[in-house]
Ligand binder design. Structure first.
Ligand code: SF4
Ligand code: SF4
Length: 91
């Protein structure tokens, strides 16, 4: 089942596991994370805690987000010890 947005899901619906890759849950969010790489200390906490595995690391450094998968939950901003992530309203 391919869904365009959350409103298409009826109450009580059970979705098949592993579908977020197909459904691009990033389209549903209201807020999105913006990273200040000048503040980032590359601790990788956000990488570990992101429930949608949309933050990547490259060569031991924190990389960019894949916002097409990000739900805007704000967990990354909450766990960041350097206060390097701000949640901003999506345009
Ligand atoms: S807002 Fe949530 S889903 Fe998006 S990158 Fe942060 S932890 Fe991951
Ligand atoms: S949690 Fe904050 S400091 Fe750590 S890698 Fe993520 S953005 Fe950088």
């Amino acid at each position: 089942m391919k869904l365009k947005n959350a409103r298409e899901i009826e109450e009580g619906t059970v979705l098949k596991e592993g579908t977020s890759k197909k459904n691009k849950t990033g389209n549903w969010k209201t807020f999105e994370p913006v990273v200040d790489f000048d503040k980032c200390i590359h601790c990788m906490k956000c990488v570990m805690y992101c429930p949608d595995i949309c933050i990547f690391q490259k060569n031991g450094k924190r990389g960019k987000n894949d916002l097409s998968m990000c739900k805007g939950c704000g967990i990354c901003a909450q766990v960041c010890p350097a206060n390097a992530i701000k949640m901003v309203k999506r345009k």
